[in-house]
Design a protein around this ligand. Structure first.
Ligand code: HEC
Ligand code: HEC
Ligand code: HEC
Ligand code: HEC
Length: 483
C-alpha cells in the first residue's frame, strides 16, 4: 500500500481540472494472491481494511471483485463491502442455489448529463476459493453479459466493464459485445497496456500493485456512441513536413542567385533542382487534396468520440496526500504491533540454536566469519547486511508482508517462523544467495555451498520492489570475490 498516498494526490490533481472524473479499479485491491498462509491472516486482513478505508476516502466510483479479493473468504469481503462508500461490482459471482449475484452486478451514474453504466466481472478459475458454506459460484461471462447488456441498453449512453478476466477473454467479450465501449482489465500484469481497439471497444490495463495510475480522457458523443478511427491525420502531417524540408533545400539553391544561371555549367545540379521543383508542385496538390478530405472528415468527426491516454508512474518524488498517508501509517503500524504480539507469545523460540523447522539447514552469517573473513567484511558493508534494520527503522520488522525479502531463509517459511527467526538469520545474509550451508560449515570440502544465479536475486529484486534491477550491474557492486 506504499504508493497509495501518491496515487491519492494524483487523483486529486486530476479532479482539480474542469471535467468530471470517474475513479475505477478492476479489483485485486485487497490481496496479491488468491491464497495466503493462515498465520498471516490477521496482518493481511488489517492491511486490506486499511486499503478499503483509503479507497473510500479517495471517493472511488466503483471497484470490481477479482479472485484475489476473495483470499480471506467471501464473508470477509461481504463484511468489508458494508464499510465502503463505493460499490464492489460483480455480475457473475453468484449464490450457487439461487443464481443471484452476491454483489451489485452494475452501477449507473450520471455525470454532466451523460449516463454511464459500469459492470463488474470476476474471472473464472478453480472453485476451491469457495467453501461449501459460501454457497458461491462464478458463472461464465457468456451466460451473464447478454442479460446485463440487454437490461442496460436504454439506460446508458456509455458502458464500461471492469473485468479481471485475462486479455484473450476480454478481446472475445469485446467482439461479442460492441455495446461495451471500454474494458478496464485487471489481474497481475507486469506492465501498462495502452488502449487497444477491438471493434467499438477500447481495452486497457494498468500494471499491478499500484505502481502507476492510468488516466484516460474521453470526449464521448452519446448519439453515435462510436470511437473515431485513429491516425488519419498522420499522412497530412507527413506531407507538410516533407514540404518544409523541401522548401529549405530549394532556398539553399536560391542563395546562389537564379539557379538556371548559377548552375548552367553543372547540368546534374540543375537537374536535381528541377526535380525538387516538380516534387514541390506534386506535394502542393496532394496537401490541398488531403486537407479537403480532412475538413470533410472533421465535420463527420464531430459525431464521433475520441480519447487521450497516459500512464503516470508513482515515482518516489511525487507528493503524498496527507490524509491517505495517515491511513497508511496507522495501518502499517497496527500490522507491526500485531506481529510483535505474536513474537512475544513465542519469545522462547527466538535466538535458539541450532535453528529449527525450515531453517534447520541454515548456519547463519556469523558462522561463516571464521573461514571467510574477507567475504564477511565485504558483505557487512552492503545494504543486505542491514536489510532487517531497514524494516526496524520503518517500524515494519514484524510485518510478514515485508519480512520474506529482508531476512535469510527459504521462501516457504510461515509467518510464525519468520517472526521467531534466530538473530543471525535476520538481514539478507550469506545464505540468501548461497543457499542453506550448515552442512558446508561442518564439512567445507565435502558439502559445497551453492552459487547464486540471476533467479536467486529476482526472488527479492522483483519488478514491484526494484524495477531498475540490472543483474550484472548489481553483481559488480557486491561481488564476494576478492578485488
Ligand atoms: C570451517 C571453515 C568454513 C566455514 C565455517 C565456511 N566455509 Fe565456505 N568454504 C570453506 C572452504 C575450505 C572452501 C573451499 C572449498 C573447496 O574449494 O572445495 C569454501 C568455499 C565456499 C564457497 C565457494 C563454493 C565453491 O564451490 O567454490 C562458498 C560460496 C562458501 N564457502 C560459502 C560459505 C558460507 C555461506 C558459509 C557460512 C554459512 C561458509 N562458507 C562457511 C570453508 C568454510
Ligand atoms: C532475500 C532477498 C534478497 C536476495 C536473494 C537478494 N537481494 Fe539484493 N537486496 C535485498 C534488499 C531487501 C535490499 C535493500 C536492503 C536495504 O536497503 O535495507 C537489497 C539491496 C541490494 C543492492 C543495493 C546494495 C548496496 O549496498 O548498494 C544490490 C546491488 C543488490 N541488492 C543486489 C543483489 C544481487 C546481485 C543479488 C543476487 C546475487 C541479490 N541482491 C539478492 C534483498 C535481496
Ligand atoms: C519481494 C521482496 C520485497 C518485499 C516483500 C519487501 N521488500 Fe523492501 N526491498 C526489497 C528490495 C529488493 C529492496 C532494494 C531495492 C533497491 O535497491 O532499489 C528493498 C528496499 C527497501 C527499502 C529501502 C529502499 C527504499 O525504498 O526506501 C525499504 C525502506 C523497504 N524495502 C521497506 C519494505 C517494507 C516496509 C516492506 C513491507 C511493506 C517491504 N520492504 C517488502 C524487496 C522487498
Ligand atoms: C547478494 C548475494 C550474496 C550474498 C549475500 C553473499 N554472497 Fe558470496 N557470492 C555471491 C556471488 C554472486 C558469488 C560469485 C562470485 C562473484 O561474482 O563475486 C559469491 C562468491 C562467494 C565465495 C566464493 C569465493 C570468492 O571469493 O569468489 C565465497 C567464499 C562467498 N561468496 C562467501 C560468502 C559469505 C561468507 C557471505 C556472507 C558473509 C556471502 N558470500 C554473501 C553472492 C553473495
Amino acid at each position: 500500500m506504499g504508493g497509495l498516498p501518491k496515487k491519492a494526490q494524483q487523483l486529486e490533481a486530476v479532479r482539480g481540472k474542469k471535467s468530471p472524473v470517474l475513479a475505477l479499479d478492476s479489483g485485486a485491491l485487497l490481496f496479491k494472491d488468491e491464497k495466503f498462509p493462515q498465520d498471516q491472516r490477521e496482518q493481511l486482513t488489517i492491511t486490506a481494511q486499511g486499503l478499503v478505508a483509503a479507497y473510500s476516502k479517495m471517493s472511488f466510483t466503483a471497484v470490481g471483485v477479482a479472485r484475489q479479493d476473495l483470499a480471506a473468504g467471501l464473508p470477509f469481503l461481504l463484511a468489508v463491502q458494508k464499510k465502503t462508500n463505493f460499490p464492489w461490482l460483480s455480475a457473475n459471482l453468484l449464490n450457487r442455489t439461487e443464481r443471484k449475484p452476491w454483489f451489485k452486478p452494475h452501477t449507473l451514474i450520471t455525470i454532466s448529463g451523460l449516463r454511464i453504466a459500469i459492470i463488474g466481472l470476476t474471472a473464472q478459475g478453480p472453485d476451491s476459493i469457495f467453501t461449501e458454506k459460501n454457497n458461491a459460484v462464478i458463472a461464465p461471462w457468456e451466460e451473464i453479459l447478454p442479460k446485463e447488456i440487454a437490461q442496460l441498453r436504454d439506460q446508458a449512453d456509455m458502458t464500461i466493464l471492469l473485468s479481471s478476466f485475462p486479455a484473450p477473454i476480454n478481446r472475445k467479450i469485446a467482439e461479442a459485445h460492441p455495446e461495451i465501449h471500454l474494458i478496464l482489465q485487471g489481474g497481475n500484469s507486469q506492465g501498462n497496456s495502452p488502449p487497444e481497439r477491438v471493434n467499438n471497444t477500447l481495452i486497457t490495463q494498468v500494471e499491478a500493485q499500484g505502481k502507476s495510475v492510468g488516466i484516460l480522457e474521453v470526449q464521448w458523443n452519446a448519439q453515435t456512441k462510436r470511437w473515431a478511427e485513429p491516425g488519419s491525420e498522420n499522412l497530412l502531417a507527413d506531407k507538410k513536413n516533407e514540404m518544409d524540408r523541401l522548401g529549405w533545400q530549394i532556398n539553399r539553391y536560391l542563395r546562389h542567385g537564379d539557379p538556371e544561371q548559377a548552375f548552367k555549367d553543372q547540368p546534374e545540379v540543375l537537374a536535381a533542382y528541377n526535380d525538387m521543383l516538380a516534387r514541390r508542385k506534386l506535394l502542393e496538390e496532394e496537401i490541398v487534396r488531403l486537407t479537403t478530405a480532412q475538413n470533410a472528415r472533421d465535420a463527420n468527426r464531430q459525431q464521433l468520440s475520441s480519447y487521450n491516454n497516459h500512464f503516470e508512474a508513482m515515482r518516489k518524488e511525487l507528493p503524498d496526500n496527507p490524509a491517505i498517508r495517515a491511513i497508511v501509517d496507522a495501518t502499517t503500524s497496527e500490522v507491526n504491533r500485531i506481529g510483535k504480539v505474536a513474537v512475544q507469545a513465542r519469545i522462547s523460540g527466538i535466538s535458539s540454536q541450532p535453528h529449527e523447522g525450515p531453517t534447520a539447514n541454515y548456519a547463519g552469517s556469523t558462522a561463516c566469519t571464521s573461514c571467510h573473513a574477507p567475504q564477511f567484511a565485504k558483505w557487512r558493508g552492503t545494504q543486505h547486511a542491514t536489510a532487517y534494520d531497514t524494516l526496524e527503522a520503518k517500524g515494519q520488522q514484524f510485518n510478514v508482508q515485508c519480512l520474506p525479502c529482508h531476512i535469510t531463509g527459504p521462501a516457504s517459511q510461515t509467518g510464525q517462523e519468520m517472526l521467531a527467526l534466530a538473530h543471525d538469520l535476520r538481514q539478507v545474509g550469506c545464505e540468501s544467495c548461497h543457499g542453506p550451508a550448515r552442512a558446508h560449515t561442518l564439512q567445507p570440502t565435502g558439502a559445497k555451498a551453492g552459487q547464486p544465479t540471476m533467479a536467486t536475486c529476482q526472488l527479492c529484486h522483483t519488478g514491484g520492489h526494484d524495477d531498475r534491477f540490472n543483474f550484472s550491474e548489481a553483481l559488480s557492486r557486491l561481488r564476494c570475490g576478492s578485488d
